[in-house]
Design a protein around this ligand. Structure first.
Ligand code: SAM
Length: 405
């Protein structure tokens, strides 16, 4: 039986997605033969309520010098991180020479805002290709994995931090006790830790199972995050729901007793209890909802193809890897996936081997239907794709329910 990565309690997985490839591992046809697969299963710890993957591939298999996710491909995310950085600078950087650290700083999407304001900063980004883009933008970056050991080195070389930031990365790190111990040492006494990740409450409410893939080892709630940091003499002092990545939660954390705890923490915990995030039945129902979504999507796509209509996937994301593999959607249903990221174009989707083509190809011969894998950017995408819709094109979406728009 697997043991909880946070509290070591035995738990049982509530769903298995079967054998899955590396979600961001877009590949060439010569790599098909040696493609790596692992068993994607998720469980809920009955003791500390952390929802987590049973198995995760080695970190070097996911984060390396050919990492396919570049944060700055989304304009909306650029605005989001500009606002995030501004809120940190306005509220928490009043010391003489403030120092800001970010984990998983990627291509510098957040830290570029501190760099341009002349604020001392350091990005920690193990994937060398995206780190290089940040460095070229003038963002100070080291290519390492953050853990307690690295925190010691940073303190020695740079001193302690006023703010430690992270977005969409804490949920990637299985050794969170080492990370939290590192934060405890690295944070100034009145400093602040602010991080955000996809929120478990949204996944349960929207059945957004495509958030589940190799990189996301944890699916956080305020309850599970509070429990983790309490063990390191740190506490959640505020939380704020974010309308990005299909619903995320921002956690604001400080040394225990240093800052007043906002009422929003308690309010959110009450909401989590009402949603039943602590109850095994919630996850049994989630599993049923996921299975039913798969059946409906597969039936709809098969039906469209039977009518002789074309379907193209829109946005080759890690989310699309979960959906295509779990639902067995291959090139016989989806002609190709359109994506604007050059590193993915000319390659194939992990596991199901659907060709990935440029947006130019999509535009040159619109299909009747586009399967919207980037549903979390639906507003931005639909604003940009008016021409497709005017040509009679329709969207197939599957979150929160399978339907045609
Ligand atoms: N923060 C960016 C954003 O929200 O767009 C990037 C998020 S991306 C999904 C996750 C990033 O975390 C990757 O660039 C990956 O290389 C990095 N990462 C993974 N493990 C890490 C670790 N232990 N320490 C620091 N960064 C890590």
């Amino acid at each position: 039986m697997p043991k909880c990565l946070i509290c070591k309690t035995d738990y049982l997985p509530f769903i298995s997605f079967g054998e899955m490839p590396i979600a961001n591992g877009f590949l060439t046809s010569t790599q098909f033969e040696n493609e790596y697969f692992f068993s994607l299963q998720v469980g809920h710890c009955p003791n500390c309520h952390m929802v987590q993957l049973v198995e995760q591939p080695d970190r070097e298999m996911m984060f390396h010098d050919d990492y396919a996710f570049f944060s700055s491909t989304s304009k909306r995310q650029e605005i989001h991180f500009k606002e995030f950085a501004k809120s940190v600078a306005d509220k928490y950087l009043s010391s003489d020479d403030p120092f800001v650290i970010e984990l998983g700083s990627n291509d510098g999407i957040m830290l570029q805002n501190f760099a341009s304001a002349g604020i001392r900063h350091l990005g920690i980004e193990p994937s060398k290709n995206v780190a290089k883009v940040a460095i070229e933008k003038g963002v100070n970056t080291i290519s390492e994995f953050f853990d307690e050991k690295l925190a010691d080195i940073i303190i020695e070389e740079n001193g302690k931090a006023d703010a430690i930031l992270a977005a969409n990365v804490m949920c990637h790190i299985p050794y969170l006790h080492s990370v939290a111990a590192g934060f405890k040492k690295l944070l100034k006494p009145d400093g602040i830790i602010i991080y955000e990740d996809p929120y478990l409450g949204d996944i349960v409410e929207k059945t957004s199972y495509d958030q589940i893939y190799d990189e996301h080892v944890f699916y956080f709630s305020v309850a599970s995050v509070s429990n983790l940091f309490e063990q390191h003499d740190l506490e959640v002092v505020d939380v704020a729901h974010q309308d990005v990545h299909g619903g995320s939660m921002r956690y604001i954390i400080a040394h225990k007793g240093e800052k007043e705890i906002s009422e929003s923490v308690n309010i959110q915990r009450i909401k989590e209890n009402e949603l039943g995030l602590h109850l095994p039945d919630t996850y049994k129902n989630l599993a049923k909802g996921i299975e039913s979504s798969r059946t409906q999507l597969l039936e709809l796509l098969t039906d469209i193809r039977k009518q002789g209509k074309r379907i193209v996937g829109y946005a080759a994301t890690s989310k699309s890897t979960t959906v295509t593999n779990y639902c067995s959607i291959g090139p016989e249903l989806i002609e190709f996936i359109s994506d604007t990221t050059p590193i993915k174009q000319g390659k194939y989707s992990p596991g199901t081997h659907i060709p990935v083509k440029s947006h130019k190809v999509f535009k040159s011969n619109y299909p009747e239907y586009a399967l919207l894998f980037g549903w979390n950017h639906a507003k931005e995408i639909m604003e940009n794709e008016k021409e497709f819709m005017e040509s009679g094109g329709k969207w197939v979406v599957y979150v929160p329910e399978v339907k045609i728009i």
